[in-house]
Design a protein. Structure first.
Length: 78
């Protein structure tokens, strides 16, 4: 599959260990003019419960596994 860099092959993907993706959608809460809800999506490195990095192919690979992190925030503004 061709990528943004023009390379092709199974080892290249759009969201890899060299890419940081972040986006958010902010929506006002009806009836509350000072309150917004924010839905935030980021790419992060997957980790074990003890904090160790999870690799794509453990033992043979040094490329970390990339996963999405989804956050819901409430934002007050005046």
């Amino acid at each position: 599959m061709p990528t943004l860099a023009g390379w092709s092959g199974g080892g290249i993907s759009l969201f890899d260990e060299n890419t940081v993706f972040s986006g958010e959608l902010v929506m006002p809460v009806p009836g509350a003019p000072n309150l917004d809800l924010a839905f935030i999506v980021n790419t992060v490195i997957a980790r074990e419960a003890n904090g160790d990095i999870i690799y794509r192919n453990p033992g043979t690979d040094t490329i970390p596994k990339i996963v999405p992190a989804i956050t819901l925030e409430t934002r007050l503004h005046f």
